[in-house]
Structures are given as structure tokens and as C-alpha cells.
Design a protein around this ligand. Structure first.
Ligand SMILES: [Zn+2]
Length: 292
């Protein structure tokens, strides 16, 4: 991959570039948003600039830039995992930590790029925190994630966060709105049935799709809230068809409030990368308990 200069028309790149030029670049940066490819491309550009020995970083022609472009620079270490809960294992974080205490091979700096780092569980985040608190002077971490919301506040407080915005590529991996709506509506509707099995069946769609669950939960909660507003005679047009009104007829205010709260709890456990299948089970149990 060719290393291109920073695009200073773009506010995020401009700010990164000026931090690099002062040679006082933060030890840890989090790049959130955009697509995985866009995040990685920018991370590699930052890494090249950090090891570059040219005048205008990244110069693209010095030996360090050339190796960086070929993904063969010994001091740029890329760790990638899949975007699924707890994919970034605590053992990997510990290996990275030990490696970080070994001085660079050839450059002045050693750069770690951690893709999908938001998938670290609490233990992994605490392990990375230890080195973020007192990093060796030559180390830089670039943490990539779809959203910083998966990080503990302690990790965020040690990192400079850059939001890359929405993905500009057309083939991004976001879940289509219709699919989210369909899943959310079917779970909500299942709660008007007397059978627990209906909810288990409706939630089965989340079992192999953590992303769908993350996107659908706020929508499910919004359906409960719309049903509650109907109870208070504040009906409105929604994209949920007549499901809120059906819920408002069959469920009590108390049930609806409990459902809203249960959705909150489940969203928080998702942020901490709780075991996914267990979260789906908890969802069914908590939702059913709210409607009895
Ligand atoms: Zn260079």
C-alpha cells in the first residue's frame, strides 16, 4: 500500500498531522468510526509518519516509509481480530505489553496498531491500561474501533480520541435498517403473547449476530417508549406500525417501564462485551419477567 501524505483539508487528518509535526504525538490514540479499511489506512499512515526519517512526515521515500508501505517495518506491529465480543483476548494484550517494553529494532519508535480493540473485555482493557498509564517513551498505541463506547472510562482518559465520522465507502458493513426494524418489531410483538417460547424464537435471530443485537436494542427500547407514550395519550407517527399501540393495550405501564429498564441493562452489558449468547438469554428472561 502506498503511504500518502496527510490530507490537511480533512480536520481530523489536519489535527493528527500537526501533532506529528510537533513530535509530541500522544502515546495512545483511539480512531473511531468510518469503515475498518479507512481506520486501518489512517493508522498505517500515522505509524509511517512516526517512524519516518524524512522532513515532511510521512515522506514516502525514506527506508522506513518504504518498509511501512510494504507492511514489513519491524517496529510497526499490527494486531487484528474479528469484530465480535471478546475477540481481543487478554493473552494478546499481555503479549503486546511485554513486547512494548523491548526497545525498537530499527526506528526511534515502536508503534502498535490494534484493530477492533473495542472487543477487549474488562480484563483485557485493564491489562492495556497498565501500559497506557506509564508507557515507555518510545511506544505509541493506535487503537481502532467502530465506536469508543466499548472502552472503559479509564482507558478513554489515557487516550486521545479521533472520530473519523461516517464511513464514506458504499460497501460498509452496517446492518440494513429494514433488518433491524424487522428484528426489533418481532421481539417487541412476541411480548404480547402468553408464551415465553415466542420471545425465545423472535430473539433467535440475534444468536449469531452480535451487531444486529447492538443495533436493534435501542430500537426495541424505542418501541417500548412509544407504547408508554400511548398509555399517556401522547400517540405519534412511528416507523413501528401498530406495534406500540398493541403493546400499550396488552401491557401495563409498570411492565413497559420494566422493559425499558431491562433494555438499558442489556445495552450496558453489551458495552462491556459480556458473553454474547448469555446476553441473548438474559434478554429473553428479563423481557418475559417484565410482562408477567
Ligand atoms: Zn519517510
Amino acid at each position: 500500500m502506498k503511504i500518502e501524505p496527510f490530507n490537511t483539508e480533512n480536520p481530523v487528518e489536519k489535527s493528527l498531522f500537526s501533532a506529528l509535526c510537533t513530535r509530541r504525538f500522544p502515546h495512545a490514540v483511539i480512531l473511531e468510526g468510518a469503515s475498518p479499511d479507512e481506520r486501518m489506512k489512517l493508522a498505517k499512515k500515522i505509524a509511517a509518519a512516526l517512524v519516518c526519517t524524512g522532513a515532511e512526515v510521512p515522506c514516502g521515500v525514506c527506508p522506513d516509509c518504504i518498509k511501512a508501505a510494504a507492511d514489513s517495518h519491524a517496529d510497526i506491529l499490527i494486531h487484528s481480530v474479528e469484530d465480535k465480543p471478546r475477540a481481543f483476548k487478554v493473552g494478546m494484550v499481555r503479549d503486546i505489553r511485554s513486547n512494548a517494553y523491548i526497545v525498537p529494532n530499527e526506528a526511534d519508535r515502536k508503534v502498535f496498531i490494534l484493530e477492533n480493540s473495542h472487543t477487549m473485555g474488562v480484563e483485557g482493557q485493564n491489562a492495556i491500561l497498565k501500559i497506557l498509564e506509564e508507557p515507555p517513551s518510545y511506544v505509541n498505541f493506535i487503537l481502532l474501533c467502530s465506536s469508543k463506547s466499548g472502552f472503559l472510562p479509564t482507558v478513554l482518559s489515557r487516550s486521545a480520541v479521533y472520530n473519523l465520522g461516517q464511513s464514506s465507502s458504499s460497501d460498509d458493513d452496517s446492518v440494513p435498517r429494514e433488518k433491524i426494524l424487522e428484528a426489533a418489531k418481532s421481539v417487541a410483538l412476541s411480548l404480547t403473547s402468553y408464551s415465553d417460547y415466542e420471545t425465545v424464537r423472535a430473539a433467535a435471530v440475534f444468536e449469531k449476530d452480535a451487531k444486529l443485537l447492538r443495533e436493534a436494542l435501542p430500537v426495541i427500547q424505542e418501541i417500548f417508549a412509544a407504547a408508554l407514550r400511548i398509555k399517556y395519550n401522547a400517540a405519534e407517527e412511528t416507523e413501528f406500525d401498530d406495534i406500540p399501540s398493541e403493546l400499550s393495550q396488552k401491557l401495563s405501564r409498570r411492565s413497559l417501564l420494566e422493559l425499558i429498564e431491562a433494555a438499558d441493562t442489556i445495552m450496558s452489558s453489551l458495552k462491556l462485551n459480556a458473553n454474547h449468547n448469555l446476553t441473548v438469554t438474559t434478554l429473553c428472561t428479563r423481557f418475559r419477567r417484565a410482562v408477567v
